[in-house]
Ligand binder design. Sequence first.
Ligand code: SAH
Ligand code: SF4
Length: 394
Amino acid sequence: MTSNNLLDFDLAGLAVYCEGLGEKRFRATQLFRWLHQRGVSDTAQMSDLARSFRDKLGAACEVRVPAVLSEQASADGTIKWLFDVGGGDAVETVFIPEEDRGTLCISSQAGCAVGCRFCSTGHQGFSRNLSTAETLGQLWFAEHHLRRRLQLPEGTRAITNVVMMGMGEPMQNYAALLPALRVMLDDHAYGLSRRRVTVSTSGVVPMIDRLRDDCPVALAVSLHAPNDALRNDLVPLNRKYPLAELLAACDRYLEAAPRDFITFEYCMLDGVNDSLANAAELVDLMQGRGVRAQPLSCKFNLIPFNPFPASGLICSPRDRVKAFAGVLQDAGIVTTIRKTRGSDIDAACGQLAGEVQDRTRVAERRVGRAAIPIVPLDAQSARALATAARERPL
Ligand code: SAH
Ligand code: SF4
């Protein structure tokens, strides 16, 4: 039988666990700090814990972090790790350094069952949910590995922001996600402010409500289309939770934390969802109903599509992305265009694939689904993308 993994617990859970070992609850705080603030995995080394407590921990539990299978570094400084999570599955994690921050993009599942047409993970199908320890293990590893590697002074952190934008739909793995988020925010662990932890979702409505009540971190919603017909095709989950329901849930999320905003992500696909008419429809959608389109309530992040083999899709030309952004901006909606990072190592949004045993045959089922006609990636667009990636400064 495998022993308990200490990375599976948030502080409240660890307190209960320590009580079960016959220890006072407050001992859990000390243990928690050793684990997450100092990155110590060997309980024998936790010198200010009583020896009897250390002995109990040594016998009952351990810290297990998924093994690193590979590390790749991009010309722009982005780093991608591939973690072995067993059973033939491996997931990817990406570190994106910027001048004023270090962002870690974390995976929540091996594969994804949602199956969005433009997403490499979605094309792979679904194997399983990651545990809290496997989710948090990515942060634990990256933070402490980078601190050592970059020789950061004591008290300095490598990762200032976390985005749940790696492989998987985090809201379809809510039970494991929630304790992981709580550890990220906990001052005795990573101490990230809730504005620096973002959960990105394709729109699992009931879980948006749960998150609002449980742990209102920053929310990003992957919209990608201004109407149900198009969104049904691009994001199949829309058939279950159509736009009206999704946007109503966004309104409820904003009501709980009025000073915050929701980021809507919109992947720019040439000839599919990027016309100026689509942009105008999006403005109507935002202004015509609940979600408040004032600058502080929502903003749009246009993501130039990152190609991957077999997608058959191409990215909108730069001018069209700018024109699309212009329509939204003219309507008073704050709109940014996401800078692509790490595309030379397939680490950009939607390119994460890892290794996934497709246990649900999502990929097979996709064949035969009604699809909007699409244009394959031509050589010129491929060259333009490669050049854009090379020219991106750190
Ligand atoms: N499942 C969640 C989080 C992971 S995907 C979600 O869908 O929100 C993170 C972001 O990358 C989402 O906004 C997703 O739509 C976007 N994305 C997926 N594939 C992409 C691609 N090939 N190019 C650009 N963005 C992509
Ligand atoms: Fe899953 Fe998100 Fe990819 Fe859609 S975009 S398939 S929800 S990981």
